[in-house]
Design a protein around this ligand. Structure first.
Ligand code: ADP
Ligand code: MG
Length: 584
């Protein structure tokens, strides 16, 4: 490539002896040698060019050529290869340089993202123009009231300080997901005339140790500039977890961030005009230092809404929707025990979607009913075509409904359906949760036993109707649900003959020898007792369910007959048929 001879070769007279003759006769003009090749290029005086094979290190040709004054040229082919080599290494070098540049650029981006946070103040989302108001947050009157007081404090601190009252430093909103904690914070932002600095706690935690801490510092520096103001930290459990927890003794970055937060909370004095509001749904895992007086000393519980609350939330979320006059939201509140605000908002949204899909102008009960089915039961899948399967599923569902009616009252059954939904094998019996249990969170042994009986009622009905050996695995999900409740009763709540002993989580994680071992501190003997108890309780529950359904065989057959034809039995029909026939 770099070296080019001017030869165009002819193939004649390639013999060595011929070349010697030609040399002697003085017909050769010049000879080109290639040291690494056993070949030479010959240029004759008549212009002919030729390649001739020679011996390695051929002295004879050189001698003859010099005797006859033939021009000798030696081509350094190494030059050629070294040139190629140097080109290749230049290429490699170039690739190397490009790679280094790319790596440097990406790390510097990362580093500037992490380290240059202080400069990048726009990270803080300042919610100034939210249009959320306290009126939008329904069903949590206590929480809203307390927060209004906090805002009052920021607006007119003098009114309070004159009376010797101290401003709260930190307010912790505690409640299950979807109950409106973030919504409340937005309402504060919307209502308060003060700046509102909001950040999700997970944004504090970055790849590098110390970044989170510096973000916390920056947040408070900015807050002090803007005081009086509110800082809102959402999902604080992601940094506020108990320190030293987790495998390996905790997470350095998270702990440093938390330490910084604690320091900052202590750092600003009372009445400095900064109030920190945080939200979490896991108060149990929060570090106790966060909760001590002087930090998040006010805790506001945002609970699941009660009947009245649900009605209000439903009406908040129907305001912008065309609701038919016949729809009674109070009724729908009774049908949605245990729903959170987010669930209710979703329900109304789904209703509007159903309405739109049917091209109706107004949302009616039918649309809400369909939406409720979709929200609680999942999407409808294709209809069961096999009559035999329909029959088996119908017995399963009606069996459950009857046991629930006997144990919890007839109105505990919301609806029975054999229309299959995704996630369920076959049908579904919707049982209303008890309002008291949902709001108090307390559950008795009796209630748990009835839950197990209801769960096993499908199997019970099949056993009665088809016989012991003809039962199907139709109730597979219910059996595993029943077993999980029984296990909790025995190992967690002390509801068995083993007694009030917590047998759960009784394994210790030992870190030693570089190995992670779990060592149980439950005796083998106790293990077999646990197993025996679980088996006993489950068997008794199944037998109870069998007794209840056997007593109500006529009702069972009647309901199954209707269910197979109609595919769904609503609670008013269920009540009508059951109230006459049910034998408790
Ligand atoms: P959380 O932060 O407690 O998990 P969110 O505040 O994010 O719950 O609630 C999600 C959505 O659910 C809200 O945007 C709102 O539409 C609805 N929602 C929740 N609680 C309420 C409530 N009490 N009143 C009205 N709407 C609510
Ligand atoms: Mg939230």
């Amino acid at each position: 490539m770099f070296f080019k001879t001017n030869f165009s070769y002819s193939n004649s007279n390639k013999s060595y002896s011929n070349l010697l003759l030609e040399l002697d006769s003085g017909n050769v003009q010049s000879i080109y040698f290639y040291p690494s090749k056993r070949e030479i290029d010959v240029l004759y005086k008549n212009g002919k060019k030729e390649k001739v094979p020679i011996l390695y290190n051929d002295q004879l040709i050189i001698e003859k050529a010099s005797q006859n004054n033939v021009e000798l040229t030696i081509n350094n082919s190494r030059k050629e290869s070294s040139a190629a080599n140097s080109f290749a290494s230049f290429g490699l070098f170039l690739i190397f340089v490009i790679a280094i540049v790319l790596i440097l650029r990406s790390t510097s981006k990362l580093a500037s993202r992490a380290l240059g946070f202080g400069k990048n103040k726009s990270k803080f989302i300042t919610i100034d123009d939210v249009d959320t108001r306290f009126d939008d947050v329904a069903g949590v009157p206590e929480a809203a009231e307390e927060l209004k007081e906090v805002i009052q404090f920021l607006k007119e601190p003098k009114k309070f300080t004159d009376l010797g009252a101290k401003a709260p430093k930190g307010v912790l909103l505690i409640g299950p997901p979807g109950t409106g904690k973030t919504l409340l914070a937005k309402a504060i932002a919307g209502e308060s005339g003060v700046p509102f600095l909001s950040i999700a706690a997970s944004e504090f935690v970055e790849l590098f140790v110390g970044v989170g801490a510096s973000r916390v510092r920056d947040l408070f520096v900015k807050a002090k500039e803007k005081s009086p103001c509110i800082i809102f930290i959402d999902e604080i459990d992601s940094i506020g977890r108990q320190r030293g927890s987790g495998i390996g003794g905790g997470n350095d970055e998270r702990e440093q961030t938390l330490n910084q937060l604690l320091t900052e909370l202590d750092g600003f004095t009372d009445n400095s005009g900064i109030i920190v509001i945080a939200a979490t749904n896991r108060p149990d895992i929060l570090d106790s230092a966060l909760l001590r007086p002087g930090r998040f000393d006010r805790k506001i519980e945002v609970t699941l809404p009660d009947l009245d609350g649900r009605k209000k939330i439903l009406s908040v979320h129907s305001l912008s929707k065309p609701l038919s006059q016949n729809v009674d939201l109070a009724y729908w509140a009774t049908r949605t025990v245990g729903f959170s605000g987010a669930d209710l908002a979703n329900l109304m949204n789904e209703s509007a979607i159903h309405c739109a899909r049917e091209e109706s102008k107004l949302i009616s009960d039918i649309h809400i009913e369909n939406a409720l089915d979709k929200v609680t039961l999942g999407l409808r899948t294709s209809i069961i075509s096999s009559p035999n399967m329909k029959k088996i599923i119908a017995y399963n569902e009606v069996g459950r409904a009857i046991v629930s009616a006997v144990r919890n009252g007839i109105n505990s059954v919301d609806k029975i359906t054999i229309l299959p939904r995704t996630g369920y094998l076959g049908g579904y019996t919707k049982i209303n949760p008890d309002e008291d249990i949902v709001s108090s969170g307390l559950i008795s042994k009796k209630i748990l036993l009835s839950k197990i009986e209801i769960a096993l009622a499908g199997r019970a009905a099949e056993t009665i109707v088809f016989g012991k050996n003809e039962v199907t695995q139709c109730s597979i999900n219910d059996i595993s649900y029943a077993t999980s409740i029984v296990r909790e009763m025995v190992t967690k709540y002390g509801f068995s003959i083993i007694g009030p002993i917590s047998l759960e989580n009784n394994s210790q994680i030992l870190i030693g020898d570089g190995l992670l071992r779990k060592e149980s501190i439950i005796a083998d003997n106790t293990y077999s007792k646990i197993d025996n108890e679980i088996i006993n309780i489950s068997k008794i529950a199944l037998n109870n369910a069998i007794d209840i359904i056997s007593k109500n065989r006529i009702l069972l057959e009647k309901l199954v007959e209707i269910l197979i034809i109609k595919e769904t039995i609503q609670n008013n029909i269920f009540e009508k048929i059951t109230s006459d026939l049910l034998k408790v």
